[in-house]
Design a protein around this ligand. Structure first.
Ligand code: SF4
Ligand code: SF4
Length: 480
């Protein structure tokens, strides 16, 4: 929990993570991910159109930065030892900041390493704290990050899009009536869906309209701050956060279609302010998934998709980052970890079933899972400031993920994040994977798949009624 009021000493944040840093025993298990289930058969050897042959069986190299750059420091274990050397004074952030940054910034902050670590080292927190410390010590942001920061300061979004264009997608798609209303649910669209992947904003508004929820979109929404939290530009991240907290503070529920914005509002904001948000947060897929679970929505076949094979890419920000956050809190509250680690599995399984429940309810398509999924999912390559600063590496990472989808015969790559969508789509185009890339909700909207629907209270779908209930129960027995 970090103090939002006074200027934060970032080195202090790194020191707060000292126990984590010293728990790293340099075993390097975090380099690999496997299917996560020892009983699940691998899909064998496959040569994708990257030309790479990967044996999708057992442990597979899974750190994108390590795969791309190869040297020890680029894999997570190397970075954990850099953090240790900084704490011990063997590396000096002022004198060696540039060299440290060179290996820190190609990390996509995907969190795959943290998910593999049996010692529960919070690797992404450490990497982000180290980045912030390097900036605090005086290193200039990398050029593309500096550009994004300046765009955010002047235009309130990292793309530099004009303010009056932020909600143009709604006007163009005939949803002008949802702008700036005083209703219970505000839809935080995010910069990517506002300025780039408008298809996702339109699909979300369209579905909410079809299933009967009154939402609003605000002209004064600005960047959630995620690109700046991830790249160590904390002042700009906090400026964005404070604006949004004030603007959205009067709404009960904030709805998201972007994995990164959802994570930032839900996990980062309370961490930085030291108090719970005034509102509840929910991703639109949680609502649709709950409707499926309660049998209140029936989807119909679309002949254009009939017989197609779909697969699903878990965005790191809605997937593993939430999984790790749930785990961290369960460990924190537990008085009997032997028993409560089973609760981690329960929570994580329930969480990852949310998008899958919707896909399984789509008639006429075949759902083939990739080898690495859920907590072990391979990243799309877009996050952590990498797409902006290292675009070729970023797309190559996505290309590897598309190979994995090819290996299970997928015609359609589904995901649930505009930023993942962008990178997967670009790799698909650039490297000729020949797939359709869509979000699940976009598919339902675009192919007009709702046969019948009955509205449920949106509260039914909140995490409070699902995973949070399980977490809430942890440690209660101890107090009695
Ligand atoms: S972070 Fe965890 S898995 Fe990775 S090297 Fe350190 S102890 Fe091993
Ligand atoms: S967060 Fe992802 S890219 Fe960064 S070190 Fe860990 S596995 Fe590699």
């Amino acid at each position: 929990m970090y103090n939002n009021k006074k200027k934060v000493n970032i080195m202090e944040r790194l020191k707060e993570l000292k126990n984590d840093i010293y728990r790293c025993i340099h075993c390097k298990a975090c380099r690999f991910a496997y299917s996560g289930d020892p009983n699940r058969e691998g899909i064998g050897e496959f040569t994708g159109n990257t030309g790479n042959t990967v044996l999708y069986e057992g442990m597979v190299n899974a750190c994108p930065a390590g795969i791309e750059f190869g040297w020890e420091a680029y894999w997570n274990a190397g970075k954990m030892w850099i953090a240790r050397a900084v704490l011990e004074g063997d590396l000096d952030l002022k004198r060696q900041g540039q060299e440290i940054a060179d290996v820190l910034y190609p990390c996509i902050t995907c969190g795959m390493c943290g998910a593999q670590c049996e010692n529960q080292v919070r690797t992404v927190d450490i990497i982000e704290a180290l980045r912030a410390a390097v900036i605090e010590a005086g290193l200039k942001p990398l050029n593309k990050h500096a550009w994004m920061e300046n765009a955010s300061k002047t235009k309130n979004n990292p793309y530099g899009g004009p303010k009056d264009q932020r909600t143009q997608w709604a006007k163009d798609a005939g949803f002008e009536s949802i702008l700036n209303k005083n209703v219970k649910i505000a839809y935080f669209v995010g910069c990517t869906a506002s300025y780039r992947q408008k298809n996702i904003a339109v699909a979300t508004a369209d579905l909410m309209n079809k299933i009967g929820y009154d939402i609003t979109v605000l002209d004064d929404e600005i960047c959630c701050g995620s690109p700046f939290f991830r790249t160590g530009l904390i002042d700009e991240a906090k400026r964005s956060m404070n604006h949004n907290l004030e603007l959205f503070g009067k709404y009960d529920i904030i709805l998201f279609s972007c994995a990164g914005c959802y994570r930032t509002f839900t996990i980062d904001y309370p961490k930085w302010t030291g108090k719970p948000n005034k509102f509840k947060t929910i991703h639109a897929m949680e609502l649709i998934s709950e409707m499926v679970a309660e049998d209140k929505i029936k989807l119909k076949k679309n002949p254009e998709l009939d017989g197609k094979v779909v697969t699903y890419h878990d965005p790191c920000h809605t997937g593993r980052h939430f999984g790790e956050w749930f785990k961290e809190r369960i460990i924190d509250k537990s008085s009997n970890l032997m028993l409560d680690m089973r609760k981690v599995d329960q929570v994580v399984n329930e969480w990852f079933e949310i998008p899958r429940r919707i896909i399984k309810a789509v008639p006429g398509v075949q759902f083939n899972e990739m080898y690495r999924i859920k907590m072990d999912s391979f990243c799309c390559g877009a996050g952590g400031g990498v797409r902006a600063q290292y675009p070729e590496f970023s797309i190559r990472t996505s290309h590897l993920r598309m190979d994995e989808a090819d290996a299970v015969g997928a015609d359609i790559m589904l995901t649930e994040c505009p930023f993942c969508w962008r990178n997967l789509y670009d790799a698909n185009e650039q490297y000729g994977h020949g797939k359709q890339v869509m979000t699940i909700l976009e598919m339902i909207s675009k192919y007009d798949m709702i046969e019948k629907v009955e509205k449920i209270p949106i509260e039914d779908a909140l995490r409070d009624n699902h995973v949070e209930k399980i977490i809430e129960g942890i440690g209660k027995k101890k107090k009695k």
